[in-house]
Design a binder for this molecule. Sequence first.
Ligand SMILES: Nc1ncnc2c1ncn2[C@@H]1O[C@H](COP(=O)(O)OP(=O)(O)OP(=O)(O)O)[C@@H](O)[C@H]1O
Ligand SMILES: [Mg+2]
Length: 305
Amino acid sequence: MAAIEARGLIKTFGSLRAVDGVSFQVERGETYGLLGPNGAGKTSIMRMLAGLSPISGGELFLSGLNVAEQPRAVRTRLGVVTQADGLDGELSVRQNLEVFGFLIGLSRREARARADEVLGFFRLRERGNAEVDELSGGMRRRLAIARALMGKPEVVVLDEPSTGLDPESRIRVWEELAELKRADVTLLMSTHYMDEAETLCDRIAIMHSGRILDEDTPPELIRRHAGSAALDLRPSGSSRADIRDALTNAGLRFREVGAVIRVTGGNGAPPVLPPLEGVQVSERAANLEDVFLALAGRGLQEEQP
Ligand SMILES: Nc1ncnc2c1ncn2[C@@H]1O[C@H](COP(=O)(O)OP(=O)(O)OP(=O)(O)O)[C@@H](O)[C@H]1O
Ligand SMILES: [Mg+2]
């Protein structure tokens, strides 16, 4: 039985279809990533799963439980880390965890014991008595994840777990998420960081305008949409227009990003350049960012905020 299954899932806000018939399955212990530009519908899917937002159409299951019919049973199996973490800034770190524990039905003693465990797991024990407002952004984020684990959930939903963190804190969060994965917890996450998605996710759905454009493991998405290697071209000032024309005539997919023209292949092959003058070419392994650049040409465009 899948840990999460969506069948033709829909979320409407008035005439807007924020989620427009999405189907996917996440296996137990798998980390599944939702990627896509602002407004793609990632948070809407997670909020429906968490019972924070009614389902407009289609079906959503958690460990075989229908989310629309058994929201309480679903909530006890689910941990949720929202985009805004919703911590109480005036309570201490430990109080945040214990109060949350009462809310999900733990006894005082259970909540205290579990708070101890999660504080230890997230290496926050020595900050237990600090007020949340005194924590750094990274610690806050880790506390929000810790709180989601108070009820020993089977599935944890993480909306942009490391947004705004410095590289060191991000890696710390990654290590802790990897630890959860080892404990066979299923993770559904969204992120705008391609390296994060590549490092953490077993599979990824690339979303746009409420739909899934493609879904697979990161290496397979890269192979399919960006080929084995990407080329970064640095034209000298005068040659830029000629190079653009030559690439277009050769039928290559490219995108100008600052001083660089990025050329991607597809179907596993590297791009083959026509003869070019006045340009520095460097080859590198293709990555998920190239997948996004490649899909941009087919309707995946950054939307205006
Ligand atoms: N409460 C709401 N009322 C009306 N429209 C909403 C509401 N919540 C979300 N939307 C709209 O639904 C669409 C999807 O939003 P959603 O928050 O799911 O996107 P997202 O993929 O999480 O984006 P981001 O990367 O910016 O977090 C957007 O067009 C958004 O404006
Ligand atoms: Mg969102």
